[in-house]
Write a protein that binds this ligand. Structure first.
Ligand code: ATP
Ligand code: MG
Length: 180
C-alpha cells in the first residue's frame, strides 16, 4: 500500500485545485512560513476522518474552507481526495487503487466517497482502522505530540499501544457484542 496522490481544493489556503503526486522514496514539502505546509498535512488528516476542528486549528469545521484573501472571494466548498495504491490489499477492500474523498459545504453539509461511491464517515474510519493510518494514529506526528506521549498516563499510553498492535477493532466488536 502506497500513498499515490493528494488533491486539495478549497481547503484552507488551497483555493485552486492542487494535486501532489507522491513518487517512490521520501517526499519533503518545503516552503516559507505560512505557505501551507501544515495545511497539506491537515488535509490528509481531514480526508481520513478527522472530526475535531480544534485539532485542525479551527473553531468550527467550516473554518477549513478557503476563507478568501485580499483579491479572492471566499469559497463555499472544501474538497480533498487521497489516493492509495492498494495492489497488496493492505486496505481491506477489493480495489487495487483506493481513493477517499471528503467534501464540506459552508452550510455544514458533508459528503464522503470511496472510489467515487458515496459512503458514510464510518466507512472511511473503518477502512483505516487498525492500519496505523487513521485518525489518532501515528502516521502523522505533529509538533508537541512526542512530549504528550511521553508524559501521558499509563492507561492512555496503553490505548496507543493497542492501536499500534491492531487490537482496537476486536475491542470494539467485543463491546458491541456485549451491548447486544
Ligand atoms: P510554518 O512554516 O510557519 O509552519 P506552514 O507552511 O505550515 O508555515 P500553514 O500553517 O500551513 O503554513 O499555513 C498558514 C496559512 O494558511 C496562513 O496564511 C493562513 O491564513 C492560511 N489559512 C488557514 N486557514 C485558511 C482558510 N480557511 N482560508 C484561507 N487561508 C487559510
Ligand atoms: Mg507549519
Amino acid at each position: 500500500m502506497k500513498l499515490k496522490s493528494l488533491q486539495i481544493s478549497g481547503f484552507k489556503s488551497f483555493a485552486d485545485k492542487t494535486t501532489i503526486n507522491f513518487e517512490d522514496g521520501i517526499t519533503g514539502i518545503v516552503g516559507p512560513n505560512g505557505s501551507g505546509k501544515s495545511n497539506i498535512i491537515e488535509a490528509v488528516r481531514w480526508v481520513m476522518g478527522e472530526q475535531s476542528a480544534k485539532s485542525l486549528r479551527g473553531g468550527k469545521m467550516p473554518d477549513i474552507i478557503f476563507a478568501g484573501s485580499e483579491n479572492r472571494q471566499p469559497l463555499n466548498r472544501a474538497a480533498v481526495t487521497i489516493t492509495f495504491d492498494n495492489e497488496d490489499h493492505f486496505l481491506k477492500t477489493d480495489y487495487t487503487e483506493v481513493s477517499v474523498t471528503r467534501k464540506l459545504f459552508r452550510n455544514g453539509e458533508s459528503q464522503y466517497l470511496i472510489n467515487q461511491n458515496e459512503c458514510r464517515l464510518k466507512d472511511i474510519l473503518d477502512l483505516f482502522m487498525d492500519t496505523g493510518l487513521g485518525r489518532d494514529s501515528f502516521s502523522v506526528i505533529s509538533q508537541g505530540r512526542v512530549e504528550a506521549i511521553f508524559n501521558s498516563k499509563p492507561e492512555d499510553r496503553r490505548v496507543i499501544i493497542e492501536e499500534v498492535a491492531g487490537v482496537l477493532s476486536y475491542k470494539q466488536d467485543k463491546q458491541k457484542a456485549e451491548s447486544e
